[in-house]
Design a protein around this ligand. Structure first.
Ligand code: FE
Ligand code: FE
Ligand code: ZN
Length: 283
């Protein structure tokens, strides 16, 4: 079964109910939400989310809570040893975010590992490990944190699979750390996504395919290895439609939730058309 959806908004007045309605309007059977604006950490109380109505709508449409992915805001940076208060804020935010994810009933939180701010990968990684331990040691849920593969823009940690493997291995509750593979990011990081079977094999050797939890399906505005992280609409970038469609239909990724984060076109979401085209593809 292919589980394919997109990032959807979650905003007043309908919050989660609105998110599910939006996902269904694209023909999705999965979606990704931020519990508030992705750029900031202001969050409204979960009582406003219209969760019961959302869950009724999901039930009526066979939309499983397992397919609702939550993404932590970009501003969280556990790796920031240069400004320890930023890392500490990240720990506090994530601790609360896991509670919100639990209340929603979702199972997976996608997190950008962080940026080391020129302190170096080793120090940055250690801060991420410490931060994740501070969060997870205190958290009794079984919600998975899916660390996202990054493009390697600026001082981002996690553009190489080995970096993510190192973090995972050193987190106490290692089984709660999985991976979100972003197609734009791995391409921008320098992996050859055109040979996706080889890429998956590398992923399997370094991280284990069983630890792949989510795939972000995006084209890229830039060439392989550009370290830019600028998403492009499906088929309009340097990855191309064929490669992305093969990924969506890849038998080894069956059952893994796939999420589009492509840009709006003339202020309109492109997701319905992109999902239709991707699903319609066949060899
Ligand atoms: Fe992301
Ligand atoms: Fe992504
Ligand atoms: Zn990105």
């Amino acid at each position: 079964m292919i589980y394919l959806g997109s990032h959807v908004s979650m905003k007043a007045p309908d919050y989660m109910l609105g998110s599910i309605k939006e996902a269904l309007s694209y023909g999705s059977n999965a979606c990704m939400i931020y519990t508030g604006a992705p750029q900031n950490s202001k969050r409204v109380p979960i009582e406003k989310f219209k969760l019961l109505q959302a869950k009724e709508l999901m039930k009526a449409n066979g939309f499983s809570m397992d397919r609702v992915i939550v993404h932590a805001p970009y501003i969280i940076n556990l790796a920031n040893s240069v400004k320890p208060e930023t890392a500490q804020f990240g720990i506090e935010f994530l601790t609360e975010e896991l509670k919100r994810v639990a209340q929603i009933g979702a199972k997976m939180l996608v997190l950008h590992p962080g940026a080391h701010m020129k302190a170096g990968i080793d120090i940055g990684s250690q801060w991420i490990i410490n931060g994740l331990n501070a969060v997870l040691d205190q958290d009794e849920s079984d919600i998975v944190i899916a660390l996202e593969t990054m493009a390697g823009k600026g001082s981002e940690v996690g553009s190489q699979f080995e970096e993510l493997a190192y973090i995972k291995e050193h987190v106490h509750k290692s089984d709660r750390i999985k991976i979100c593979l972003d197609t734009c990011h791995v391409h921008d990081a320098g992996y050859n996504i055109q040979d996706f079977d080889q890429l998956l094999e590398t992923f399997d050797q370094v991280l284990g395919l069983q630890n792949l939890a989510v795939v972000h399906v995006n084209d890229s505005k830039n060439v392989k290895g550009a370290h830019k992280d600028r998403h492009e609409n499906i088929g309009k970038g340097h990855i191309g439609f064929e490669t992305l469609a093969r990924i969506v239909h890849h038998p080894k990724l069956d059952d893994i939730t796939k999420i589009l984060e492509t840009p709006y076109i003339e202020n309109k979401p492109p997701y319905k058309e992109e999902i239709e085209r991707l699903l319609a593809w066949s060899e």
